[in-house]
Design a protein around this ligand. Structure first.
Ligand code: GLA
Length: 335
């Protein structure tokens, strides 16, 4: 185990250790004293979430606590992850839930075990449809980041000399997830402000927050609207915008007919920017998943060890990343 003498509980452990001198039993007692937390994510295969879990694990190694990485792709999986954490002696967990309405059920289970809970990215919603303010949360400032997406699209349309009257928008939506709605609402508002025609915005509601659900939602929209030659694409994240871009390619649009702007700035975007020729995926508003992972793990750790409850809501900001600057922004955000 690594040993950081920064907390009263650790100091106590050391004092007991010194008093009893080294016996095998004592060594066991000391390593049991190492704080253990869970980090549960809804999409364990997505680069954004892999990076969050990596960053939390790294912080744990630096500070001397253990992070158990778990996936929770549906309610059942989340509840068994919590049971599993409890049986391993974890004292709390950070979670990005697969469905924000699972909040009360998740809190119920956690409270039975006396575990502390912090949410990341997607905030729990209570039975009344309102955010569960009592659960500390850290996530994107959805509306503002959405506005950055809308502004980036409007600027690129202008640079390409597109007539706003003749441009269609593919808005890939997920209205069950409040942060997703805030993001696409912010982007829409900024686009309309720039003179975009409201009647030219077409919705593609996706079932999930990944590429394949976005692709499935986007394809029929292109076929129905064959009267447009220029398209802009936005959604809650870059994985979904990529689904829209892939659908535009399949439909037969060229990259110079499409401006897709995502959100996240994770491996999915890096792979796209690294392609030899540009695609319709013009850019993405990058947010530091490294910071999201580290900060939430640290907040929970402080809460467990010092009794300091983290702030109710922390909102993070982003920076536009394109093919031209992605490597610099990546470095700047520690991604
Ligand atoms: C949601 C999205 C993720 C990512 C996070 C960031 O969970 O599904 O792709 O954008 O928000 O907060």
């Amino acid at each position: 185990m690594s040993f950081t003498l920064s907390t009263p509980r650790k100091l106590l452990g050391l004092a007991v250790g010194m008093a009893l001198s080294a016996s095998p039993l004592l060594v066991q007692a000391q390593s049991d004293d190492e704080v253990k937390i869970g980090f549960i994510v809804k999409k364990p295969e997505q680069a954004w979430f892999i990076n969050e879990q990596d960053a939390a694990t790294q912080l744990g190694e630096e500070k001397g606590f253990e992070v158990v990485r778990l996936s929770g792709e549906d309610g059942q999986e989340v509840l068994s992850a919590i049971d599993n954490l409890h049986s391993q002696g974890a004292e709390g967990f950070v979670i990005c839930p697969p469905d924000v309405r699972l909040g009360p059920a998740i809190m119920n289970r956690a409270e039975q075990y006396g575990m502390k809970v912090v949410t990341v990215d997607d905030r729990f919603v209570g039975g009344d449809g309102e955010p569960m303010e009592e659960v500390p949360h850290l996530g994107m400032s959805g509306y503002k980041i959405g506005e950055q997406v809308g502004n980036a699209i409007a600027e690129e349309m202008e640079r390409r000399g597109w007539d706003p009257e003749e441009v269609a928008a593919l808005r890939i939506t997920n209205y069950e997830l409040p942060t997703a709605k805030e993001r696409t609402d912010g982007a829409t508002a900024a686009l309309l402000d720039s003179g975009f025609k409201e009647a030219n915005i077409f919705d593609a509601p996706q079932q999930n927050t990944d590429t394949s659900s976005a692709f499935a939602a986007a394809s029929p929209v292109f076929s129905k609207r064959s009267d447009f030659e220029h398209w802009v694409i936005y959604a809650l994240n870059e994985e979904s915008v990529l689904g829209g871009v892939r659908a535009s390619e399949q439909y037969g649009l060229d990259p110079d007919q499409v401006i897709g702007v995502g959100i996240n700035g994770s491996g999915a975007a890096f792979a796209e920017f690294s392609r030899e020729t540009p695609t319709g995926f013009y850019g993405t508003v990058a947010v530091s998943s490294t910071m999201h992972g580290r900060q939430t793990a640290d907040n929970l750790y402080q809460w467990i060890t010092e009794g300091e409850k983290p702030p109710a809501n922390t909102e993070t900001t982003g920076k536009l990343m394109t093919r031209d600057n992605w490597e610099d922004v990546r470095e700047e955000l520690g991604l």
